[in-house]
Design a protein around this ligand. Structure first.
Ligand SMILES: *Cc1c(COP(=O)(O)O)cnc(C)c1O
Length: 403
């Protein structure tokens, strides 16, 4: 039986074909490489019903993932996160059919685990000794964890301002960690230098290796499967490097080509923080690529990406599905985070919270009319960001009184 129907890699700009069975970075022209599958073979090998009986991890879609041999799967049980109805919060926002795909429940507490599980598995399968990457925190923590699980070395560089917990996650799993006095792009330049000087290390920066996106696309498969193999009307995604939204788009296109879903794709909405919104600016200006903002800053650290290598793919995903791009302020996203927690008991990360703030604004502007089925991706747990909730409560003496 065929475990993976991976056929080749394709340049996302010029469509040229490349060998999938050697370690690859970007295409010769510097663009992300996308994994392509023999979908006819997938359709001959497995049915949606059979997938439904498999264990609840992202590996249930293994025919559509790049790992050739089951022996090489590196897993901590990631995937098949709940799609949670949010009736009270939805009613408040005027969008009663609101649901959240909660990625706070995967290992390491952010959806980055999906990309790491598949990326590390495939790197190990292709003989890589160590992975190396810049990160805003969560990706580095996830790749460090899966590298440890796979027995690979991990070299991680993150801005000093990245969430502190993610440093600790890298340290506890034995990664070689550097803090950089700069932004993720600065960390990336340092990592590229180091990789050039080492043997057996692969640069696994965002979209500079082909398989992280394959792990992340399983969010799209799961949303379709969890809705009974159909799509919601709208999906909102907090967009940094853009891999998540590009990946969900890719997943749904694959499912449609397989005939496992039919009809229009959901309108995809890229949500950014007002302090770093290059995709929104490019969308509003009708441009195909983005320009880095001067002084990017937001509490939603995971989406502080001034210039994404895959910006043109994000803009295409948004435009081709009739979606939009929208920015919200830190004040708005923190207010949304607190309101959601009070309404539904869910403490989401600030990036996820940005999407809830965006739902409210899109409803107010009329872009959403309130009848749509709307799915928000909460990309991580609020527990990773304890500082987003100030605590101002009384401390009582032992013989004090509770009023
Ligand atoms: C990385 C990250 C994002 C952004 O994801 P991209 O795929 O890079 O666009 C959003 N939320 C959280 C919590 C993240 O860690």
């Amino acid at each position: 039986m065929t475990f993976s129907s991976l056929s080749h890699l394709e340049c996302s700009r010029d469509g040229s074909r490349h060998d999938a069975d050697v370690v690859q970075g970007t295409s010769p022209i510097g663009a992300p490489l996308l994994a392509r599958y023999d979908l006819a073979q997938v359709a001959d090998t497995v049915t949606r019903e059979q997938i439904g009986h498999r264990p609840p991890t992202l590996w249930r879609y293994h025919e559509l993932l790049p790992v050739r041999s089951e022996r090489n799967v590196v897993s901590l049980g990631e995937g098949m996160t709940p799609l949670v109805d949010l009736p009270r919060h939805g009613a408040r926002l005027g969008v009663p059919r609101l649901a959240m795909k909660d990625e706070g429940l995967v290992p390491t507490g952010a959806f980055k685990a999906r990309g790491a599980a598949v990326g590390v598995s495939r790197a190990a399968e292709l003989g890589v000794r160590g992975i190396a990457m810049p990160t805003n925190g969560n990706a580095g923590a996830a790749w460090a964890a899966y590298a440890a699980r796979a027995g690979l070395d991990a070299l991680i560089a993150m801005p000093v301002d990245a969430p502190e917990i993610t440093r600790r996650e890298c340290v506890v799993t034995g990664a070689e960690l550097y803090l950089v006095d700069g932004l993720i792009g600065d960390a990336g330049a340092l990592v590229r230098q180091a990789v050039a000087a080492r043997t057996g290390y692969q640069d696994t920066s965002t979209l500079r290796e082909p398989y992280r996106i394959e792990g992340k696309k399983t969010m799209g498969y799961e949303i379709a499967e969890q809705l009974g193999w159909r799509c919601p009307d709208v999906i909102l995604y907090p967009t940094g490097g853009g891999v998540g939204i590009i990946a969900i788009h890719k997943a749904l296109l694959e499912l449609r080509e397989l005939g496992w879903i039919t009809g229009d794709l959901p309108r995809l909405v890229a949500v950014q923080a007002a302090g770093c919104a290059p995709i929104v600016d490019a969308f509003d200006a009708g441009l195909a690529e983005s320009t880095a903002p001067a002084a990017p800053h937001t509490v939603a650290f995971g989406i502080t990406v001034p210039k994404a290598l895959g910006d043109f793919l994000v803009l295409d995903a948004v435009r081709s599905t009739g979606g939009t791009a929208i920015a919200v302020t830190d004040e708005e996203l923190l207010a949304a985070q607190h309101q959601l927690a009070r309404d539904e008991g869910a403490w989401v990360c600030p990036e996820g919270a940005a999407c809830f703030a965006a739902v409210g604004q899109l409803r107010e502007s009329g872009w959403l009319d309130g009848t749509e089925e709307v799915v928000v991706l909460n990309t991580g747990s609020g527990l990773l960001y304890p500082d987003t909730v100030p605590v101002d409560v009384p401390t009582l003496a032992k013989d004090g009184v509770i009023p």
